[in-house]
Design a protein around this ligand. Sequence first.
Ligand SMILES: C[S@@+](CC[C@H](N)C(=O)[O-])C[C@H]1O[C@@H](n2cnc3c(N)ncnc32)[C@H](O)[C@@H]1O
Length: 303
Amino acid sequence: MSRSPPSTAAATFNIWRADLMDGANFHLKEEIRDYWSKRSETFDLAFGHRIAPGPEADAWQRPIRAALGSQPKRVLELACGTGEVTRLIHDLGHEVTALDFSEAMLAVARKKHAGKPRLRFLLADAEQTMEPDGAYDAIVCRHLVWTLTQPEETLKEWFRLLRPGGRLVIFDGDWAKPKPSGQIARLLISLIDRFIGADQNYDGALSSRHSRIMEALPFGSGLRSEELTPLLSAAGFVAIQLQSHGPIARAQRKNANLRNKLRTLVYRRFILTCMRPWTPTHFPQRNPVDAVRPVLEPTSQPR
Ligand SMILES: C[S@@+](CC[C@H](N)C(=O)[O-])C[C@H]1O[C@@H](n2cnc3c(N)ncnc32)[C@H](O)[C@@H]1O
């Protein structure tokens, strides 16, 4: 299937192939929700999703802390899944609304965080939350943007939800293709799989379904920070900063087995932070790509 850029894909995704899921006629979003609901039981067993306490948790928390500051904030976490990032935001002392559209994912997160103060769960669509204007000081999401069906409209929705001066923190990556240096890592992983058997909990478990969904998504051919930056700018965000995922990957490698160490090298990942401007007269930059202020480490570091 040929892929369209976000603007046209947004218009065409409603024309959904009835045969995407065998024997079912699902809307794309229903298909995505069903896929994640099926993944909910084993999601925390898959490397890269569960966040180990200690150095890995610290590494994920650092960019959140830097963007949100130390004062308690009203934070909306979009697509909270099983509540791994939820824990990190909550542990930083913020008031968290953790949203997901999969009841099964939310059930795991609710159980994990039962009885915690300053935390509410919300069953809702991250693309159309129905939450009030300016209700949040910050929005955080990990591994959601690549799966948006209407990215441009959704970024405007997130802009609407933030108060002036509010921050958006995005953790994501290009899951469609390995980076050139990642191809060797992927080859080695497939050799390990062949010798000791595939890891049933890893993302490959429902991989054919995953790839069929990917093909229909606006970012189906991969999500790069260079593509997302102009969309953020067009939605009105300013102070867009690109940060390296390298410190997180290095922390993950500390206690990982060889196969999982290799997994941290396959895909290009990134962290983007930005802000809703304080004043409505602060217009988006003319050339958003030039306006990005990178906070990158030397490129020789693995990401
Ligand atoms: C890759 S998982 C990431 C979960 C969590 N953010 C994490 O990093 O551990 C993707 C999650 O996004 C949720 N999701 C995808 N599209 C969504 C949407 N439009 N609205 C709400 N949740 C969505 C799925 O239900 C799933 O829980």
